[in-house]
Design a protein around this ligand. Structure first.
Ligand SMILES: Cc1cc2nc3c(=O)[nH]c(=O)nc-3n(C[C@H](O)[C@H](O)[C@H](O)COP(=O)(O)OP(=O)(O)OC[C@H]3O[C@@H](n4cnc5c(N)ncnc54)[C@H](O)[C@@H]3O)c2cc1C
Length: 477
C-alpha cells in the first residue's frame, strides 16, 4: 500500500468536502481532507455564497433600500461610499465562517492537509504543497469535492483589470459608476441588483429572451420589473460580440451593432468543474464538456470506490445540495444506513433584490407535463407584516393539482423569500395539499400568514373553475 492509510480521503474543503468528511468521521472513520487553498470553506465560504449574500446585506444597509419611504425620509446611498466600506463586513463574515469550518474539521478529528491533490492510481492521492514537498495518502474510499471555477467565455479580454468574474469582483479596487453584467443567470442577476442598490448604473445583458428560465414565468417577470425599478437596464435577447477595452471606457459591442460604454464589466458566464489537474484519466474517469464528473445515483464515479459530489458533478451546483450529496455519498460508501438519497424536491433561492425562492413545479413545467393545475396567490401588500416592513411588491404563489389540491409548487418573491419557501417545501415533501395552510394557525402579523391567503385564493380559483356558486369573498374568510 502506498501512502498513509485512511478510510476516506476527501479532496476539497468546500461545502461538499467538509460535510462528506464530517459525515464519515462522525461514524468513526479515519478521514483526511485535502485543500489547496490556504483557506478552508471553498467557493461557498470564500468567493461565492457567503461573500455575495453578505454584500447584498451591505448594499441594503448603505442604500437604506429596505427602509426607503418607510419613515418619509428619502434615503440615498452614502455619497462617499468606498470599496473598503462595501467589502468590510464581507471580509469579517468570511473570516468568521472559515473559522467555523476549521473548528468543525478539528472537532471531527479529521486530518486537514494543505496541498494540491491528484490521483496517482485508484487508491493513491498525491498531495503537493506550495513548497513542492509531496506526500501520498491511501484512501479505501475517495471523495472528489473540488468544486468549480468561473468560466469567462469567449471574446473576453482576460487581462484587462476592469473586467471581473465572480471571484475577482471581490478584489475590485474601486466602485465603478457604470457596470455591465454579462450573463443573466443567478450570479449575474444577484450582483446586478446589489450594485444597482448602491446607485451604480447597471446594464444586464443576456442572449436569452428571459431571465432565469427555470423560474415560474410570472415571478421572472416580476423580478425584471423590480430590476427596472432599481434602475437596471435589462437587455435580453442581445448577444455580445466583443468586449473592447479603451483607455477611458470598456466598450461592449452587441451583435445588433449597439455599443454600451461602461467603467467595469462583470462576466457571469457559468462555471467549469475543477477537474483538470486531478489525473482522472489515469483512473479511466472521463469528464463532460464543462469539466463535470459523471456519477450514478449513489454519487459513484466510473470507479466504484471513488465518489464525487458538489459543483464538480454539475447541476444543481448549490451549497445546500452539494453538502447533502456528499453526506449521501458517504452513507453509501460506508454503508451507514442513515441517508440513502438527496430529497428529490429541493428549494432554490436567488438573492436578488428582491429575493426569490421556489420549490417544486412552475406553471410552465405543469403545462409541459400535462398536469391539470390551479394557482393561488397572496400579495405582501395585503398582508399586515408586508405593510409593516414596507415590501408591497412581494408575493407568495402556490401551484396545486386539480382536483385533489395536492401542492405541486411554491414560489415566493420578496422579503424573506428564502426562509418562507421552507414552509411550502415541508408540505411538498410530505405530499400535502393546500388545506395544510388553511388548517394551520400562523403567527400574526407575519409574512408566513400569506400562505393561508394564497391557499384561500387557490380554493376560490378552483371553485370558479369548477363552476361553484361560492365566491372569492366567502373563501377569503
Ligand atoms: C457568486 C456565487 C454565489 C453563490 N450563491 C449561492 C447561494 O446563494 N446559495 C447556494 O446554495 N449556492 C450558491 N453558490 C454556489 C455554491 O457556492 C457552490 O455550489 C458550493 O460552494 C459548491 O461546493 P463544493 O464543495 O462542491 O465546491 P467549492 O465550494 O468550490 O469547494 C471546492 C474546494 O476544493 C478545493 N480544490 C479544488 N481542486 C483541488 C485540488 N486538486 N486539490 C485540493 N483542493 C482542491 C478548492 O480550493 C475549494 O476549496 C454561489 C456561487 C457563487 C460563485
Amino acid at each position: 500500500m502506498a501512502g498513509t492509510p485512511y478510510d476516506l480521503v476527501v479532496i476539497g474543503s468546500g461545502p461538499a468536502g467538509e460535510k462528506g468528511a464530517a459525515q464519515a468521521a462522525y461514524f468513526g472513520k479515519r478521514v483526511a481532507l485535502i485543500e489547496r487553498s490556504p483557506h478552508v470553506g471553498g467557493a461557498g465560504v470564500n468567493t461565492g455564497t457567503i461573500p455575495s449574500k453578505t454584500l447584498r446585506e451591505t448594499a441594503l444597509y448603505f442604500s437604506g433600500l429596505a427602509q426607503r419611504g418607510l419613515y418619509g425620509i428619502d434615503y440615498t446611498v452614502k455619497p462617499d461610499l468606498t470599496v473598503q466600506d462595501f467589502l468590510f463586513r464581507q471580509h469579517e463574515v468570511v473570516r468568521s465562517l472559515r473559522e467555523v469550518v476549521r473548528q468543525n474539521i478539528a472537532r471531527h478529528r479529521i486530518d486537514l492537509i494543505e496541498g494540491d491533490a491528484a490521483l496517482d492510481d485508484p487508491h493513491t492521492v498525491r498531495v503537493t504543497r506550495a513548497d513542492g514537498v509531496e506526500r501520498r495518502l491511501h484512501g479505501d474510499v475517495i471523495l472528489i469535492a473540488t468544486g468549480s471555477a468561473p468560466s469567462r467565455g469567449r471574446d473576453v479580454a482576460l487581462d484587462d483589470p476592469r473586467i471581473y468574474d465572480s471571484d475577482t469582483i471581490l478584489e475590485m479596487p474601486r466602485l465603478p459608476r457604470r457596470l455591465a453584467v454579462v450573463g443573466g443567470g443567478v450570479i449575474g442577476c444577484e450582483y446586478a441588483t446589489i450594485f444597482a442598490a448602491l446607485g451604480i448604473r447597471v446594464t444586464l445583458l443576456d442572449g436569452r429572451d428571459r431571465l432565469l428560465p427555470f423560474l415560474d414565468a410570472e415571478v421572472a417577470d416580476r423580478l425584471r420589473l423590480q430590476m427596472q425599478f432599481l434602475g437596471i437596464e435589462v437587455r435580453l435577447a442581445e448577444r455580445l460580440s466583443r468586449i473592447a477595452p479603451t483607455p477611458d471606457v470598456v466598450r461592449l459591442e452587441l451583435a445588433g451593432g449597439t455599443m454600451v460604454d461602461v467603467d467595469s464589466v462583470l462576466v457571469a458566464a457559468g462555471r467549469l468543474g475543477n477537474t483538470e489537474s486531478l489525473g482522472l484519466d489515469r483512473l479511466g474517469i472521463a469528464v463532460g464538456e464543462r469539466g463535470h464528473i459523471p456519477v450514478n445515483e449513489h454519487y459513484q464515479t466510473a470507479v466504484p470506490h471513488v465518489y464525487a459530489a458538489g459543483d464538480v458533478i454539475g447541476f444543481p451546483a448549490l451549497a445546500a445540495t452539494s453538502m447533502e450529496q456528499a453526506r449521501v455519498a458517504m452513507c453509501h460508501a460506508f454503508d451507514l444506513k442513515y441517508k440513502t438519497r438527496v430529497a428529490p424536491i429541493f428549494p432554490l433561492a436567488i438573492y436578488t433584490i428582491p429575493e426569490i425562492a421556489m420549490a417544486g413545479e412552475t406553471e410552465e413545467t405543469c403545462r409541459v407535463k400535462g398536469i391539470d393545475y390551479c394557482v393561488g396567490r397572496a400579495l405582501y401588500r395585503q398582508n399586515a407584516r408586508g405593510q409593516i416592513v414596507g415590501d408591497l411588491a412581494g408575493q407568495i404563489k402556490l401551484v396545486f393539482r386539480v382536483p385533489d389540491k395536492a401542492l405541486l409548487g411554491v414560489h415566493v418573491i420578496g422579503e424573506a423569500a428564502s426562509e418562507l419557501v421552507h414552509v411550502g417545501l415541508m408540505v411538498l415533501q410530505t405530499g400535502g395539499t393546500i388545506d395544510a395552510f388553511i388548517n394551520a394557525v400562523f403567527n400574526y402579523p407575519t409574512l408566513g400568514d400569506a400562505y393561508k391567503y394564497a391557499a384561500y385564493d387557490g380554493l376560490g380559483n378552483l371553485q370558479r373553475r369548477q363552476g361553484s356558486s361560492r365566491g372569492d369573498s366567502e373563501t377569503r374568510a
